[in-house]
Write a protein that binds this ligand. Structure first.
Ligand code: ZN
Length: 133
């Protein structure tokens, strides 16, 4: 029986190269997807954490308008949240409540000594990823 693929009984160099190229191509897709999706999932989790803290902070301020310098620990103590969330990307980081008088309440994902590090401002990320949908 004559096959169109194995017409000489052996693989030709071209056929072997084709198989290798296709394999590498699919491996690249798998690697690319993995590295592209994970930060996205972590960012989404971080955003959900900040959303929860933002909501809790607003409730806290609604019930006690004179309260300032709110921390996640205070939200936990007052039972506005059931546990203090941690960012999946910056595990040694923390969430900071920004409740300066006259400014919008914001939650910051902060990592290390520099406040610019971490995922940053909830309000900024929200306008970038949630509001635009
Ligand atoms: Zn984060």
């Amino acid at each position: 029986m004559k096959s169109i693929f194995f017409n000489r009984g052996k693989f030709s160099l071209g056929e072997i190269l084709f198989v290798i190229i296709v394999s590498v191509f699919f491996m690249l897709i798998v690697v690319y997807d993995d590295s592209a999706l994970r930060p996205n999932i972590e960012l989404k989790t971080c955003l959900a954490n900040m959303k929860k803290l933002h909501h809790a902070t607003r409730l806290f301020i609604m019930e006690d308008p004179n309260i300032i310098h709110i921390t996640p620990e205070m939200l936990l103590k007052k039972k506005y949240i059931d546990k203090i969330p941690t960012c999946p990307t910056y595990k040694d980081g923390k969430y900071v409540v920004s409740d300066e008088v006259g400014e919008a309440i914001d939650i910051l994902c902060v990592h290390g000594a520099n406040k610019e590090m971490g995922h940053g401002s909830f309000l900024l990320l929200k306008s970038k990823y949630i509001d635009k949908k």
